[in-house]
Design a protein around this ligand. Structure first.
Ligand code: MG
Length: 309
């Protein structure tokens, strides 16, 4: 193992020691929202200040612009049909890009008031769309458009496409950010990155139990950020948490034990698993996007969850 990898728990077998992250793109201002689309072998992500969505072709290595302006898009994810779901800071909404390329608004307001600035998003196997709504996109003009908040707080919302209803499912967090389900979807993990707004505010990952009716129950803090803040993260098939930090990637057990680190030499803001085996880790640094094969496999976001017999 090189200085690149720090292994705290060798039994976890997270990394391939000889593999060095490859830079697939540089020249962005702030990369976030990576989402992998296996059918087109491509990665989509956001360069928020440059107001564009980017796309990487895994077979040719080519990178180009997918959409500009992107309304200062941030989080992206595939829905269960493979359509692109996008959080837009600038337009303060969540959208879906349809098969014909048109863009449909999924959510833009709650209780008649504008959302703050949707940040990150995940789609459950039942098709419901869960997203966080902190204020980063309205706090200033760099990551979006400076504006007054209309919502009382920064919540996590659940949109049900079958009833077209939007419910605030987590109202107890300060600045909810990255979010991901456990492989069986019985738990939802959510970052609170509020320390950006004050030294005594949260910088941690919380866990919530997910109930049948879509409500959640707070199970408390899983892990506090030790280097910088948490922003985006993903979960692998063994329910380990792969989180971006101020020094690269930290990997934790579901109980919050540190298992290992990838010290990329810079901040990792958000990440996702890609490749047809979901064993390529795509990492968004501030200006660069990196990829490296790992031993773990990410949760399959394109498959329904099988109910045990
Ligand atoms: Mg984020």
């Amino acid at each position: 193992m090189s200085d690149l990898y720090q292994v705290t728990d060798p039994a976890a077998r997270l990394f391939l020691g000889h593999e060095v992250p490859e830079t697939i793109y540089s020249g962005a201002k702030w990369n976030e929202g990576p989402a992998y689309f296996p059918a087109s072998r491509s990665l989509v992500w956001s360069d928020i200040p440059n107001d564009r969505l980017m796309r990487y072709d895994e077979l040719t290595g080519a990178v180009g612009i997918l959409r500009q302006p992107s309304h200062h898009a941030n989080g992206n994810t595939p829905d269960r049909s493979g359509r692109l779901i996008t959080c837009e800071h600038g337009a303060r909404r969540v959208t879906r890009t349809e098969f014909d390329g048109s863009v449909t608004v999924v959510a833009h307001s709650h209780n008649g008031l504008k959302l703050n600035s949707p940040n990150d998003v995940v789609v459950k196997s039942d098709g419901t769309i869960w997203f966080s709504d902190p204020t980063y996109g309205i706090d200033g003009d760099y990551f979006g458009n400076r504006a007054k908040r209309e919502q009382e707080g920064s919540h996590v919302y659940r949109f049900d496409p079958s009833s077209e209803t939007l419910a605030a499912v987590i109202t107890s967090m300060n600045q909810p950010n990255g979010l991901a389900f456990s492989p069986d979807e019985r738990r939802l993990y959510v970052v609170d990155s509020a320390r950006t707004h004050g030294p005594d505010l949260p910088a941690h990952i919380r866990c919530f139990d997910v109930c049948e009716n879509g409500a959640v129950e707070d199970r408390g803090v899983v892990v506090e950020a030790s280097v910088g803040l948490f922003d985006g993260f993903r979960i692998d098939e063994e329910e380990r948490i792969w989180a971006g930090t101020g020094e690269g990637v930290h990997v934790y057990s579901r109980g919050g034990d540190l298992l290992g680190k990838i010290l990329t030499g810079g901040i990792v803001i958000n990440l996702c698993f890609g490749g047809l085996k979901r064993n390529i880790l795509y990492m968004c640094g501030a200006t660069e996007v990196l990829r490296v094969p790992v031993r773990a496999n990410g949760v399959n976001l394109h498959k329904g969850v099988e109910t045990p017999a």
